[in-house]
Design a binder for this molecule. Structure first.
Ligand code: UGA
Length: 457
C-alpha cells in the first residue's frame, strides 16, 4: 500500500493514547502510514482496539474507523510493539506538580521503553509539551540506557481540542527542533502529504477548507530543540495573554459604558492584531493554557527572571471566573439557598473535557456560598466524583431552568443559540441569564422575558 503522495508508507509507533497521541496516530494513518499506538492503560487500549474513541474529538471516530478497516492502525499495551518503527512519537502527559514544576515521569518512562525496544535507526520525536531542555534530557536517557544514541527531535503540537484533526492535517506551521537537519528526514517524509497539501480527498469537515485557506505549502521551521520547545510555550502563553488582555479591557468597558464585542471587532480588523482570541468571557481553562503558563513562569523564575505578563494574565483570568459570582450577587442580592443552572460545563465547545474548566471552579465557589448548582452539557452526562456534591447534572436546558434563580452560559455550544428562551424564562423563578461568553443575541433574550447580563458591555 502506498501513501497518498505515492511515497512509501512509514512504520510509526506512537507512545501515549491521550488526546495528542491518538489524534496524531489516527491522522498519520489517514495520510497512509502504518501506525502502532501504545499505552500502559490496558483498558484504553482494549476500547480503542474495539474502535471506541475515549473522548469527544470531531472527525476522529470517522478516521479511526477508516484506518482500522484499512489495517493501518493497531493498539498495544506492551512495548514489544515498538521494534521496527522508523519514527517513535512520544505523546505522554506532562502535568504540573502542586509546586508548579512539570512532572516528567511519563516522559521518562516512555523514554525508557523507547530506549529499550526501539530499533537501531529509529528517530524519537517528542510531541509532549515539556520544558525547554527535555529533548536533550531524552537523548541523555537513551544514550545511558542503550549505550548508544538515537536521534531525538522536539516536534511541538499545536492541536486545539475540538479542531485537533484539522489542526494536525492542515497546520499553520510545523516546528522541528533538531541540531542535525538530516535527523529530521524521516519525520519530514512522514509529514510530506501535509506539507505539500497532498491530502486524501475524503477527510472530516473543515480539513480541506483550512488547507485551502492557507499557503500552498505548510511552513516548516527547523530550529535547535530548546527553541522549538520554547515556541510551544510562547504560543500558548501569547494566546492566553491575548484573551486576558481583552478580558481586562472588557472590565474597563463595562464600567465606562462601552461594548467589548464592538471594541474586539475593530481591534481584530487591524491586521497587526488579528481577529482571533479576542472573545471576552469568563476566561480560559483546559488542559493546556493554565498548566503551560505556570510552567513557563516556573522556567523563568528558576533563571531569576520574573514573567510579569504571564503573572498578570493569570491574575486577570482568575478574576474573570469570579465575574459570575459578582454579577449574581449584584442581581440576586442574597445567594444563600438560590438555585443556579450552568449552561455548558466543558471548558470549551466540541469537547467533553472538564480539565481546569471554569464551570467547576464557579460551581465550587457557588456551593461554598450555599447555592444549589446544577449543570447541563451536551457532551457531559456525569461529573467526576470530586465535583459531586457541588454540582448535579441534568439532562436538558429545560430541567436546568426549572425553578432556577439564574442561568449562566459557561460554554458556547452552538445548540445554545437554538434554545426556546421563552419556555426557559417561564420555567424559572427569576428569569435572569448571565452570558459568560457573549454568545446569545441580547435582543432575543430580552424579548423572551429575561434580564440579560453579558461581559464587558
Ligand atoms: C490550546 C492551543 O490553542 C493549541 O494550539 C495547543 O496545541 C493546545 O492548547 C495544547 O497546548 O495542547 P485548547 O486549550 O484545546 O488549545 O483550546 P483553545 O481553543 O486554545 O482555548 C483555550 C481557552 O481559551 C478556552 O478555555 C477558551 O474558552 C478560551 N478562549 C479562547 C477565550 O476565552 N476567548 C477566546 O477568544 C479564545
Amino acid at each position: 500500500m502506498s501513501g497518498p503522495t505515492g511515497g512509501e508508507p512509514l512504520d510509526i509507533a506512537v507512545l501515549g493514547a491521550g488526546h495528542v497521541g491518538l489524534v496524531s496516530a489516527v491522522c498519520l494513518a489517514a495520510i497512509g502510514h502504518h501506525v502502532r499506538v501504545l499505552d500502559i492503560d490496558e483498558r484504553r487500549i482494549e476500547r480503542l482496539a474495539g474502535g471506541e474513541v475515549p473522548f469527544l474529538e470531531p472527525g476522529l471516530d470517522e478516521l479511526l474507523t477508516k484506518a482500522r478497516s484499512l489495517g493501518r492502525i493497531s493498539f498495544h499495551a506492551k512495548p514489544d510493539a515498538l521494534p521496527g518503527a522508523t519514527l517513535v512519537f512520544l505523546c505522554v502527559d506532562t502535568p504540573n506538580r502542586p509546586e508548579g514544576q512539570v512532572d516528567l515521569s511519563s516522559v521518562v518512562s516512555a523514554t525508557h521503553a523507547a530506549a529499550q525496544h526501539a530499533s537501531d535507526g529509529a528517530v524519537i520525536v517528542n510531541r509532549s509539551t515539556a520544558p525547554v531542555g527535555t529533548a536533550d534530557y531524552i537523548s541523555s536517557i537513551i544514550e545511558e540506557r542503550r549505550g548508544r544514541p538515537l536521534p531525538v527531535i522536539a516536534n511541538p503540537e499545536f492541536l486545539a481540542e475540538g479542531t485537533a484533526v484539522r489542526d494536525f492535517l492542515a497546520p499553520d506551521r510545523i516546528v522541528i527542533g533538531t541540531r542535525k537537519e538530516a535527523d529530521a528526514a524521516p519525520l519530514l517524509e512522514a509529514y510530506e502529504p501535509i506539507v505539500t497539501r497532498n491530502l486524501p480527498a475524503d477527510l472530516p469537515e473543515g480539513v480541506h477548507e483550512k488547507a485551502m485557506a492557507g499557503p500552498d505549502t505548510v511552513p516548516v521551521l527547523v530550529a535547535a530543540p530548546p527553541t522549538a520547545e520554547l515556541i510551544k510555550y510562547a504560543a500558548n502563553a501569547f494566546l492566553a495573554v491575548k484573551v486576558s488582555f481583552i478580558n481586562e479591557i472588557a472590565g474597563i468597558s463595562e464600567e465606562l459604558g462601552g461594548d467589548i464585542t464592538e471594541v474586539a471587532r475593530a481591534l481584530g480588523l487591524d491586521h497587526r492584531i488579528g481577529p482571533h482570541f479576542l472573545r471576552a468571557g469568563i476566561g480560559w481553562g483546559g488542559s493546556c493554557f493554565p498548566k503551560d503558563i505556570v510552567a513557563l513562569q516556573g522556567m523563568a523564575e528558576t533563571r531569576g527572571l520574573s514573567a510579569r505578563m504571564l503573572g498578570a494574565a493569570n491574575a486577570v483570568n482568575a478574576d474573570q471566573r469570579r465575574w459570575v459570582i459578582r454579577k449574581l450577587q449584584q442581581h440576586l442580592k442574597t445567594l444563600v439557598g438560590r438555585r443556579v443552572g450552568l449552561l455548558g460545563l466543558a471548558y470549551k465547545p466540541m469537547t467533553d473535557d472538564l480539565r481546569d474548566a471554569p464551570s467547576l471552579e464557579i460551581a465550587a465557589e457557588l456551593a461554598r456560598l450555599s447555592v444549589q448548582v446544577r449543570g447541563f452539557d451536551p457532551a457531559i452526562k456525569a461529573v467526576s466524583p470530586d465535583a459531586e456534591g457541588i454540582l448535579d447534572t441534568v439532562d436538558g436546558p429545560l430541567a436546568l431552568a426549572q425553578g432556577a434563580d439564574a442561568l449562566v452560559l459557561v460554554t458556547e455550544w452552538p445548540e445554545f443559540r437554538e434554545l426556546d428562551l421563552a419556555e426557559l424564562a417561564r420555567a424559572m423563578r427569576e428569569p435572569l441569564i448571565l452570558d459568560g461568553r457573549n454568545f446569545l443575541d441580547p435582543e432575543a433574550v430580552r424579548t423572551a422575558g429575561f434580564t440579560y447580563v453579558s461581559v464587558g458591555r
